[in-house]
Design a protein around this ligand. Structure first.
Ligand code: SF4
Length: 418
């Protein structure tokens, strides 16, 4: 079996680093056909400035446009569909990507959410409930789709990089449907009908901490590239000390046959993993013994929900709600039954796999649930599903106290390590 090739480059001059990165893959002229249409898909899903590392580094987008121009394509497009509830053009503007792309000579910038020329694509042998998607014609007809994610910690997936970034090629309705089914499986189903032919992951300043909203940027100065998004993501995980066996994500990719994550099936060129290795703080994987005051039953849970449980516990602490809600019993993961005799007001049922027990507790719906819902369900003692009015506003209000709390946590961790 041929190995997936992944290239790693390290440096502080982004243009030079990008050129070095693509050389082991044949260089830009062999990767991009002349007179072709090239679509760049950054991660610009949230209204956050470049210094937060929530979105792809604008310097990388600019360098990539200049590098791809050397291959003499017909057209270079930057396209994105921001997270549900976010305005794509606002995200591109605030992130600095719009200006960087325009200054570098991009031909068009497209908000996928407002594109009207969509094609219905059936998903054959779907492993999730996503049986079809509507995708923009320009994207399907482009000769090249270059996926340019940032690596960051993520509450519903532990981390996000190449595989998850492609969720941003669909409009809100499909995006929302993906969150109502098994998200990891839905992402792989999406990859089965729209593939990036090149993935360039931004680890210039990846984000540790409680992403995707409460990030701490970490200086890393690296880029990773490859045609196989699974191999790119797995290599990124190994570079930052995240065990791929702990991320359910990769099994869904294997089930769908998207790529390989086993180390012996990946050939790393350029820098080695050892040369660039630097563990990032990804607190979603630290375990639940840290919360002895709460009963948390995690048997049968996916990493997506597990990481969200961790985030929920930390947010309860940050918002001064942890002590007040110690009577809550959290159930997460596929279960045959929920014990009898518990007060339904004190039982949190986490995610769609416990929907059938709704009469026995408060439900945070979704697979996984939307990020703030488990927290709000505990604090308000009521079930949550979908994005109702005031969703973004409440999240924005809770942001600053959590960020201050997280900075403090990180300092404590650094002090412990010294
Ligand atoms: S709701 Fe169930 S199946 Fe869905 S991510 Fe959570 S644990 Fe996994």
């Amino acid at each position: 079996m041929a190995k997936s090739i992944v290239s790693i480059a390290k440096g502080t001059d982004v243009e030079k680093m990008l050129h070095e990165l693509l050389s082991p893959l044949g260089g830009v002229r062999s990767l991009i056909k002349p007179k072709s249409r090239v679509v760049l898909k950054p991660n610009a899903g949230h209204v956050s400035p470049a210094e937060t590392s929530v979105n792809t580094n604008p310097e990388l987008i600019a360098a990539l446009i200049k590098e791809i121009r050397k291959a003499e394509p017909k057209e270079i497009i930057v396209a994105e569909a921001a997270a549900v509830g976010c305005d794509t053009m606002e995200c591109l503007r605030v992130s600095g990507i719009l200006k960087a792309a325009e200054d570098a000579g991009v031909d068009r910038v497209i908000d996928i959410k407002s594109d009207k020329d969509l094609i219905n694509i059936p998903i054959r042998d779907a492993i999730s409930d996503l049986k079809k998607v509507r995708l923009p014609r320009f994207l399907l007809e482009a000769e090249h789709l270059v996926n340019v994610p940032i690596f960051k910690s993520h509450c519903s997936m532990v981390f996000t990089c190449a595989l998850k970034n492609m969720k941003g090629v669909v409009q809100d309705k499909v995006h929302y449907q993906m969150h109502q089914t098994d998200l990891a499986a839905a992402m792989m189903d999406l990859w089965s009908v729209i593939k990036a032919d090149l993935n360039i992951a931004d680890l210039i300043r990846p984000a540790e901490g409680f992403g995707p909203h409460s990030t701490i940027p970490a200086k890393f100065d690296c880029l990773i590239a490859g045609r196989d998004p699974v191999a790119v993501d797995a290599t990124a995980c190994r570079m930052v000390g995240l065990d791929v066996d702990n991320v359910a994500y990769f099994n869904a990719a294997r089930q769908r046959g998207i790529g390989v994550f086993e180390q012996d099936l990946i050939e790393v060129k350029g820098k080695s993993i050892e040369e660039v290795y630097r563990p990032l703080w990804l607190p979603y994987m630290e375990g639940f013994e840290k919360y002895p005051e709460y009963k948390i039953d995690t048997e049968g849970a996916c990493s997506s929900c597990l990481s969200l449980v961790g985030l929920t516990m930390e947010k309860l602490k940050a918002l001064g709600e942890y002590e007040k809600n110690k009577d809550i019993h959290v159930f997460v993961g596929r279960k045959k039954e929920i014990p009898e005799g518990l007060d339904p007001e004190k039982v949190l049922l986490f995610g769609d796999c416990l929907k059938k027990f709704h009469s026995k507790g408060i439900l945070a719906e979704g697979c996984p649930p939307l990020e703030p819902h488990p927290l709000w369900a505990i604090v308000d003692r009521k079930s949550y599903s979908g994005m109702g009015p005031g969703f973004r506003e409440r999240m924005a209000e809770e942001g600053p106290p959590f960020e201050a709390y997280m900075e403090q946590l990180k300092k404590e961790k650094q002090a412990e390590e010294k």
